[in-house]
Each structure stands twice: as C-alpha cells, then as structure tokens.
Design a protein around this ligand. Sequence first.
Ligand code: AMP
Length: 171
Amino acid sequence: MNSLKNKIRDIADFPEPGIVFKDITPLVQDPGTLRECIDALIAPFSHSRINAVAGMEARGFIFGTLAAWELGVGFIPLRKPGKLPYDVQKVDYDLEYGNASLEAHIDAIQPGDKILLIDDVLATGGTAKASCELVEKLGGQVVACAFVMELGFLEGRQKLRDYPIHSLITY
Ligand code: AMP
C-alpha cells in the first residue's frame, strides 16, 4: 500500500489549526494508483452478495461510485441536509464541536438489501456510525465499512465494533 500512501498528501492546519488533513486528490489524479485503490477496497467483497454501495458526501462519492461500478451494483449517495430533492430519511449525530446530519432518499434501499459503506477516511467514526444507522433505518443491512485510510489514534473502530471494517492504510 506504499504506492497509495505516497499519493496521500498531508496538509497541516486545514480546515482548522491542529488538524492534519489527508488530501486524496493526488491519489485520484493518478490512474494507476486510483485503480489499485479501488481494486483493494473491493477485494474482500468480490464474492459477497452486495446489492449496493453507499458513500458519504463528498469524498465517499468518488471511491464509492467507482467501487459500485466495479462490483456491478448501484450507488447510494448519503448527503448533507437539504441536498436531496425527493423524500428523505435522516440521521443526526454529534461532532467534536456541534452536530451534523446525513440524508438518503427513502426509496434508495429495499428491505434486506446488503450494503457496503465506503468513505475516504475513518477518523472518530461518527460519520460512519451515522451512515450505518441511516442504512438500517431504510431497512438495509451493512455488510462492511471500507475506507481508504484509518486514523487509528482516534479509535473510530470503537464506534463501529458491530460492523466489519476494511481499511487499506492505518496512520
Ligand atoms: P469522523 O466522523 O470523525 O470519522 O470523520 C470522518 C469524515 O471526516 C470523513 O468523511 C472524512 O472525509 C473527514 N475527515 C476526518 N478527518 C479527516 C482528515 N484528517 N483528513 C481528511 N478528511 C478527514
């Protein structure tokens, strides 16, 4: 996974002081590394029965859509509030400072659908946990959560202990 690591750029103090932002734009800019990343993300699931991939706004859309394409299934965008035009299901969750919400269309998932969740970074796990709850509220079953990278020191895995986790790089 060194080739992937080499294409992830650290940006200090973005979007606020003290945060080291993991910038994936060099990775997605490079076709070979992007291919390697998507192949590795879906590798454990190539023989699993998955009905759809769900991805969190915004970088989850990039990796999630490509993964869905490769798995031959559809993609479900989990969006920030007010972006989706049709009727939505919603989950609210706490951030370190303040709170946030994610929404999905009420007809995005059929009861019993097996869903693979994909995002770029597992940090505190709040976003992924909320995404799992949203999928379940819509009647879906989370097969696993897959991430390009995991910030191990933030212990996001603790929040996701009910779900299998697949991450390509751990910092
Ligand atoms: P969390 O809910 O704390 O696990 O945060 C996960 C979400 O925030 C993901 O959608 C990431 O894209 C984003 N995120 C959190 N920390 C970082 C970071 N250091 N660099 C880039 N994105 C981050």
